[in-house]
Design a protein around this ligand. Structure first.
Ligand code: HEM
Length: 216
């Protein structure tokens, strides 16, 4: 933060520091907490989306072949990956006043764990919720939350995943599981500690390397 105040750059840290200094609406502590939140919220979540999404592709070879043939389907695949195996499973809330939710009375200031992973598999909303179906028409999963705290990084996360999966499938024509996959056992986040794979480079990548060597 001190560095960016000294020589501002075109980045979020400089913008936050400038807003803080100009308006003084957020405290120094909130400023640092916001930066820490962006790092944690922006990194681990997307990492788990990439791992969970890759595991889904390995489990569904026919659908993966379809995506290879038509990479423009990538956004639909990523939406469905987010619904089917979402990186953030639980959100925490506190009731402001006494309220009743689906027949359950909650007192004021009650802690509520919202199970978004379960909501994303709700048969009342999603037809055959346990099936990975990128072409399903009903979307609106809760993977990025809802309301005032709706995820700040949805567009970035979707873009990162689209670029990563398109590149992976383009670069490697064969991707298979090469050992035991292990999930971490955290309550809130869902993802892998290990997902060993073996890959074979695509013919066009091998061709480009051979051509490169011939020229050099
Ligand atoms: C697949 C990737 C991601 C998933 C699944 C995800 C999920 C979520 C969810 C569920 C929330 C709502 C939290 C709540 O209501 O209590 C949230 C909030 C947030 N996310 Fe993400 N996120 C992802 C990527 C990112 C990225 C890339 C960034 C930033 C670079 C980011 C920044 C944030 C921030 C700052 C908040 C808090 C917003 C607020 O409280 O107003 N997220 N995210």
């Amino acid at each position: 933060m001190a560095e960016r105040r000294e020589s501002p750059q075109s980045d979020l840290t400089s913008a936050l520091a400038a807003a803080h200094d100009a308006e003084g609406t957020i405290s120094e502590e909130e400023l640092l907490a916001s930066l820490a939140l962006v790092i944690a919220a922006g990194f681990i979540t997307t990492m788990n989306l990439l791992g969970n999404g890759l595991a889904i592709l390995l489990d569904h070879p026919d659908l993966t072949r379809r995506l290879r043939l038509d990479p423009s389907l990538a956004p639909a695949y990523i939406e469905e990956m987010l619904r089917y195996d979402c990186p953030v499973q639980v959100l925490a809330r506190r009731t402001l006043r006494e309220t009743t939710l689906d027949g359950l009375r909650l007192p004021a200031r009650a802690s509520v764990a919202v199970l978004v992973g379960a909501a994303n598999r709700d048969p009342a909303r999603f037809d055959q919720p346990d099936t990975f179906d990128p072409l399903r028409t009903v979307k609106q999963a809760l993977s990025f939350g809802a309301g005032p705290h709706y995820c700040l990084g949805t567009m970035l996360a979707r873009l990162e995943a689209e670029i990563a999966f398109k590149m992976l499938l383009d670069r490697f024509e064969d991707i298979t599981l090469a050992g035991e996959a292990n999930r971490h056992n955290l309550l809130v986040l869902r993802g892998y500690t290990a997902l060993p794979i073996s890959v074979r480079q695509s013919r066009h990548v091998r061709g480009a390397q051979v051509a490169g060597k011939a020229l050099s």
